[in-house]
Design a protein around this ligand. Structure first.
Ligand code: 13P
Ligand code: SF4
Length: 322
């Protein structure tokens, strides 16, 4: 019905009114659109819920929709499928992966685990279902400290795959964690030198940073938190200027929720757009519309992996609520 109609979106000049067409498909499918803050503005604007990884998992766990359209990356949509085996979970572009998840292949991780017997495995949600299936508890950037603090102090812990979040958790909890040496290509790109230059230029600005950033960058932060925590902090702070050290997609919600404040995206080391996640940005409004129209591409995974990965996710949801 919509293929022949003219397309209208803020990001393109082509033919169908995508905003209207997506609304209609949402009702037809009884679908919910869950989006991460790193998605392009048009996608954030059609989403029913925008959140950080914890919020998105909690929404996925509680939705009564028949179809979950996940506007994020593969591991996020996979988590939604693990929680909802009987629902159709769509990802606008199946190639929307994650460099951090890719930095932890299952075979190598199995060897790492074997070299650390008696360790409990806490894995950051930015990992594949296969790694989740090898983990005891999943965490996100918003609950990693809380979860590690709930593990008995004499219990050794492996933390994977993000070494930067792991180091941050070590500093916050005083625990010694066996760290897998993974990292995010976006968060390791920020230039400490350029952030300090920005601080000189905007002396009243607060630096707010995601814990996936490297320690020398976090050292300059007035506040460190997940994407949702950064957004809340910027809204509630009495300051009105912020240097934002995370993927620049979050600025859309920051500007919407605090239109009178100034948000300055932290610059990457090179003069590139490396503060945009190339994986997240593979999704577009057009692909989201087509995914809903065609009910494809769908997330599927082997049932044994799904069942093994479900338990550590459920533990996270329980421990987050404590
Ligand atoms: P959060 O939204 O949970 O802070 O995670 C950020 C991120 O890098 C997602 O890929
Ligand atoms: Fe993965 Fe980094 Fe992109 Fe998040 S921002 S999806 S951690 S590559």
């Amino acid at each position: 019905m919509f293929t022949t109609a003219p397309i209208k979106s803020r990001s393109t000049e082509v033919s169908v009114d995508l905003f209207e067409a997506i609304e209609i498909l949402k009702k037809e499918l009884n679908a919910v659109i869950l989006a991460h803050y790193y998605q392009e503005p048009d996608i954030q604007d059609v989403a029913d819920y925008i959140g950080d990884s914890l919020g998105l998992s909690q929404k996925a766990a509680s939705t009564d929709a028949d179809v979950i359209v996940f506007a994020g990356v593969h591991f996020m949509a996979e988590t939604a499928k693990i929680l909802n085996p009987d629902k159709l979970v769509l990802l606008p572009d199946l190639n929307a992966g994650c460099s951090l998840a890719d930095s932890c292949p299952p075979q190598a991780f199995a060897k790492f685990k074997a070299a650390h017997p008696d360790h409990v495995v806490v894995s950051y949600i930015n990992c594949t279902a296969a790694i989740k299936a090898m983990s005891d508890i999943i965490c996100t950037s918003s609950n990693a400290v809380k979860i590690v603090n709930q593990i008995p102090v004499d219990q050794p812990i492996i933390f994977a795959p993000d070494q930067n979040l792991g180091r941050y958790v070590m500093a916050q909890t005083g625990r010694d964690l066996a760290l897998w040496q993974g990292s995010c290509i976006v968060h390791e790109t920020f230039s400490e030198k350029k952030i300090v230059q920005l601080q000189m230029e905007y002396p009243d600005a607060e630096v707010i940073a995601h814990p996936e950033c490297e320690a020398p960058v976090l050292h300059h932060a007035n506040f460190i938190g997940s994407t949702t925590a950064l957004l809340k902090y910027a809204q509630q702070s009495e300051r009105d200027q912020f240097i934002v050290v995370t993927e620049s997609g979050i600025l859309h919600q920051m500007q919407k929720q605090a239109p009178n404040k100034l948000f300055i995206p932290a610059p990457p080391m090179n003069n590139c757009a490396c503060n945009e996640c190339p994986h997240m940005r593979l999704n577009t409004l057009e692909k989201l519309y087509l995914a809903m129209k065609n009910r494809l591409p769908e997330i599927t995974l082997p049932e044994d992996i799904r069942v093994a990965a479900l338990h550590p996710i459920q533990r996270m949801l329980e421990m987050s609520a404590l």
